[in-house]
Ligand binder design. Structure first.
Ligand code: PGA
Length: 258
């Protein structure tokens, strides 16, 4: 728990990597670590691996999830996947609004909002990714962009529903880079996001909201982020593909962190 009594959630986002066999072997190795850990550990795996990995993780605290879903409950949408199918396969959460989806698949805040509403109806927890590009930061628009992503992405979400939403602040310029954002920069942005949540949904929601940092988190920088008061966890891409690196990152958190 952080000083504000929020859970700390460390999530891996595997993106488009790992076969079923590789995924199951990874999870079997990871489970003993997460069994009695102070942090909650989530893993967003490719669709094809969800069922096998969720079966392998059954009875352990490891939470398995997906990286995207459609906004409809079902229908004639060739190639798409519904939240209830993810749930059926064993997913407990879904990442929505990742910058790669916004950039390569042209997802807008309002479309992401529809997906969030559907995911919550389908009883999936949501990790909503937000973050500014380098150009937006250099133009002094970071707060404006984050505010719009929160306002539009979470439009119509009730205080009660918000309890099942995790925010992940992922500055686009820090994803997949040799260097992450510095911890002070991330803390400043995340404190702004928490303030914004408070203005819209009230102090209680702001206090409860888990806000992760994501963008080039590695074993040697994870602790700096976890030590910040408004950083309640991490969303890890590249380094979550190695069980050794991901385990080291998880072990950067213990109950002595603020
Ligand atoms: P990265 O990815 O850790 O490889 O920068 C983070 C993410 O895209 O969620």
């Amino acid at each position: 728990m952080t000083s504000a009594n929020r859970s700390v959630i460390i999530a891996g986002n595997w993106k488009m990597y790992k076969t079923i066999e590789e995924a199951v072997a990874f999870v079997k190795e990871l489970i003993p670590l997460v069994e009695h850990h102070a942090a909650l550990v989530y893993l967003a795996v490719p669709f094809t691996a969800i069922k096998s990995v969720a079966d392998a993780a059954k009875g352990s605290p490891l939470m398995i999830g997906a990286q995207n879903m459609n906004d409809a409950s079902e229908g004639a949408f060739t190639g798409e996947i519904a939240g209830k199918m993810l749930k059926d396969a064993g997913a407990k959460f879904v990442i929505l609004g990742h910058s790669e989806r916004r950039r390569f698949f042209h997802e807008t805040n309002s479309f992401i909002n529809k997906k969030i509403k559907r995911a919550l109806l389908d009883n999936l927890q949501v990790i909503l990714c937000i973050g500014e590009t380098r150009d937006q930061r250099e133009a002094g628009k970071t707060h404006e962009v984050l505010a719009a992503q929160i306002d539009e992405g979470l439009e119509g979400i009730t205080e009660e529903q918000l309890e099942r939403v995790i925010l992940a602040y992922e500055p686009v310029w820090a994803i997949g880079m040799p260097q992450p954002a510095d911890a002070d920069t991330a803390e400043e942005a995340q404190a702004f996001c928490r303030k914004k949540i408070g203005e819209k949904w009230g102090e209680k929601s702001a206090e409860q909201m888990v806000i992760q940092y994501g963008g080039s988190v590695k074993p040697d920088n994870a602790k700096e982020f976890l030590d910040q008061p408004d950083i309640d966890g991490l969303l890890v891409g590249g380094a979550s593909l190695s069980v050794e690196d991901f385990s080291k990152i998880i072990n950067c958190y213990n109950s002595t962190n603020v």
